[in-house]
Write a protein that binds this ligand. Sequence first.
Ligand code: NAD
Length: 427
Amino acid sequence: MSKLKYVEPAPIKDKSNPFESMMSRFNIAAEKLGLDDETYEVLKSPAKQVHVSLPITMDNGKKKVFEGYRVIHSNILGPSKGGVRFDPHVNIDEVKALAAWMTWKCAVVDIPYGGAKGGIKCNPRELSDGEKERLTRAYTLSLIDVFGKDKDIPAPDMGTSAKEMGWMMDEYSKTEGKTEAAMVTGKPLVLGGSLGRVEATGRGVMTTALKALEKISLTPTKASCVVQGFGNVGSHAALLLAERGVKVKAISDLSGAYWNDEGIDIQKAMKYTESNGRSLEGFSDGEKITNAELLSAKVDVLIPAAMEDAITIENAGSIQAQLIVEGANGPTSAEADTIIKDKGILVVPDILANAGGVTVSYFEWVQNRLGYKWELDRVQRRSERILGEAFDKVFNTMLAYGVSMRIAAYIVAIDKVAQTMKYRGGF
Ligand code: NAD
């Protein structure tokens, strides 16, 4: 088979296109790995893309048609796995990019899943619970031949939660005529959800951040950090790092950023958001600063845990942290990568740093299949081991190839999928 012909990564044609942004990293890793053309073509093309129209009776009695997507990027390593997003901006390119990220994420942590993602173009904040339930059930029914515990396993993502996963499991089970808990993860505990799933992603961010601190010879009790985004991932990462002695000097959400030089009391902040509609608005344990000031703060660790493209060509130059641990998916634009690398900042990339969530989702699936429940301690020990081993593999690959940790993570992932593909063979 012939080697890839190019040396330079393909230029990003459309910077706002997340699939192109993912591909620009994929291209660099594929080139470093010496991936052959045929494998490259297979791995860059999603295996299946489904687009469905979902007519729903709204509370006012009128019918409204919603668009839904499910993209299976790859099922080479096993059944595909990935969340379902309810958001007004859902589009096929975003779903394709997120599906590919899931393939690489599962491969990096070496769990037997391919990658997928789904979404419905809707504004969940404008839908009643009844409308959301009908929409979720219609989506599940439309994709009844796609989903399945051995085929494609959805999970929550932006705008969806354990509640929607419960409806999916119920609709699927009714249609199949049997209870099928393992067809979806992120379920409520009573429906077979796993202990430790809620804080799993934040815990993984903590685990990988501590490993990275060790690599740059910084003791946690002497380190300081800021966290952008105080939702599920950011708040748990902040709490767990604070428990290990890291001084979390600022946290932020859509209401702004809050700075306390002595360290924010994270437990207090979590209690505050719980009783304040999940918002930090009005939080008084810190001086109000802007989100831009948070990103450029003089601290050791920056944790972007809010959304895509938080770190861009415009603000990357002002970052003073020595370490970035990406809690969010795609928080650093492809162009900002170069600036950050030139500044000598170590970045633990998203597909490694936030893989704790899918790892515990995998444990949930295993438990459902076994008809058994694990204790919290077992869930935490096993996910810590998986993430620790993945971190070491990526770090060593970074040293061996002389690349960033992000490209090293892609190299590990692409190599794993390409090797598996080789042994599975094909037409
Ligand atoms: P969430 O909705 O619980 O929290 C998001 C937080 O970010 C909120 O506090 C919100 O106010 C804040 N935010 C949004 N825009 C912001 C902005 N411009 N500036 C500052 N703060 C802003 O979401 P989450 O589940 O914590 O997910 C956060 C990120 O992590 C997403 O990129 C998601 O895809 C990724 N992720 C989540 C999981 C998971 O298990 N929840 C797993 C892997 C990756």
